[in-house]
Design a protein around this ligand. Structure first.
Ligand SMILES: [Zn+2]
Length: 425
């Protein structure tokens, strides 16, 4: 419905300083794939995507129509053309209509005067500036979604990226594979970043062709899960990590890297099980270490309250390539405040709801809320609460633009911050 907003509560708690005084803790696994329906009767659709593509309007050597046709004829339904400092848009200017191709075209631009960054879902022309702050604030202001491109090319430390991800909720993730496996430091950096950000701030992994010539085609792809294919559902999938990614050195144009059929988390057992095809090995990795192999991993075997690295991810190897899941957050949470609902979103001590244009936060048993405000990404208060009690706080959101916000306040006197995203439907 027009003007109806819905709130996507992104998993990324920017930081949680809530320490709970109870001693009974339970191990929980935060599953980015939890909402996906895998069964055949109501299964979500899966779509192949490339989010980093050049044409001869920057330094690529193929014309726009030839680029679109190549991806279309090889089964891609989602494509973003990301020329350097140039938004090649709309496709109809170049004689291609995404609607008649059954594709979703995502407007894009690779900002290239800083650590290269893909800006998607907006049509910012040219190059907004030469500092990360200027460029990223411009992306925030235009409600874009961003991907850090080939971080392995640069000498920035992992902490530099950690700071970016904690500052900018619109940053979805990084390229873990780029143009084949051009910069192996990409995936080394991914783990280095996840070690610091998980489980509070997931950083999703991407595999992108960074296509400049035909030799770069189809070696890297992302498989997104959506209930139905729309620009909004793609964006949601990218924010929630509802996709896996593949590196296929031969670039067949098919999906010859291992293909994942389902990913299930048993919350009682704290185990993760993957069902997949075309693989010979399945490894479970945390930090730089392979913890286990096989279709099921029991997280309780490897994680204790003292474990410092709080995520696990899977890598599947087949004869034609490799497939990677997103990271699963792993943490110990107090049993007495974890209801089924809070359990889902790492909402320690509270849950956040959106209903009838009103954002509300509700306290769990034994928890008191205070001093809550809604901030925009630049740190300005944009909605004051109408406090009902220390158990429930409401915010009006009808006057707010689409975009990322921070909900900040005190839970039992301890600071609590989480990211929320308002989108139009
Ligand atoms: Zn590029």
């Amino acid at each position: 419905m027009k003007n109806t907003r819905s709130l996507i509560v992104v998993l990324s708690l920017v930081s949680v300083y809530v320490t709970l005084s109870f001693s009974q803790k339970q191990l929980i696994v935060e599953n980015p794939y939890r909402d996906i329906k895998w069964s055949s009767s109501s299964a979500w659709e899966r779509h192949k995507a490339n989010f980093h593509t050049h044409t001869n309007l920057s330094d690529g050597n193929m014309a726009v129509p030839a680029v679109i046709d190549s991806y279309y004829t090889n089964g891609y339904t989602i494509l973003s053309i990301t020329d350097h400092n140039n938004c090649t848009w709309p496709w109809t200017t170049y004689g291609r209509n995404p609607d008649s191709l059954g594709m979703i075209a995502i407007p894009g631009n690779e900002f290239s005067s800083i650590q290269h960054t893909g800006n998607l879902f907006t049509t910012i022309p040219g190059n907004p500036g030469s500092s990360v702050t200027t460029v990223y604030n411009r992306i925030v202001d235009s409600n874009g979604l961003a991907i850090v491109h080939h971080p392995g090319k640069y000498s920035y430390a992992a902490s530099w990226y950690v700071n970016l991800f904690r500052t900018y909720p619109m940053l979805s993730g990084i390229e873990v594979f780029n143009q084949g496996n051009r910069y192996p430091n990409d995936w080394i950096k991914w783990d280095s970043i996840l070690i610091s950000t998980m489980p509070q701030r997931p950083v999703w992994g991407y595999s992108c062709d960074d296509m400049h010539t035909t030799a770069h085609l189809f070696k890297n792809y992302n498989i997104l899960f959506v209930d139905t294919l729309t620009e909004a559902s793609i964006r949601q999938s990218m924010m929630k990590g509802q996709f896996y990614f593949c590196y296929e050195p031969g670039g067949s144009g098919e999906h010859k890297a291992p293909s994942i059929d389902s990913i299930m988390v048993d919350s009682q057992a704290a185990s993760i099980t993957i069902s997949a095809k075309n693989y010979t090995k399945l490894y479970w990795i945390s930090g730089n270490t392979v913890l286990d192999s096989g279709v099921t991993v029991n997280c309780g075997k490897y994680f204790t309250e003292a474990t410092l690295i709080k995520y696990i991810r899977a890598k599947l190897i087949g004869s034609n390539g490799e497939t990677y899941t997103q990271p699963f957050g792993v943490d110990f949470v107090d049993k007495s405040v974890v209801s089924a609902e809070t359990y889902r979103h790492f909402q320690i001590g509270c849950r956040v709801k959106y209903n009838n244009r009103s954002l509300s936060i509700e306290a769990a048993a034994g928890v008191k809320l205070s001093s809550f405000h809604l901030y925009d990404i630049k740190g300005r208060i944009c909605s004051n609460p109408s406090v009902v009690s220390d158990k429930v706080i409401h915010f009006a959101t009808s006057g707010l633009h689409e975009g990322c916000y921070l909900l900040r306040g005190l839970i039992n006197g301890r600071q609590y911050v989480r990211t929320v995203i308002l989108i139009n439907e």
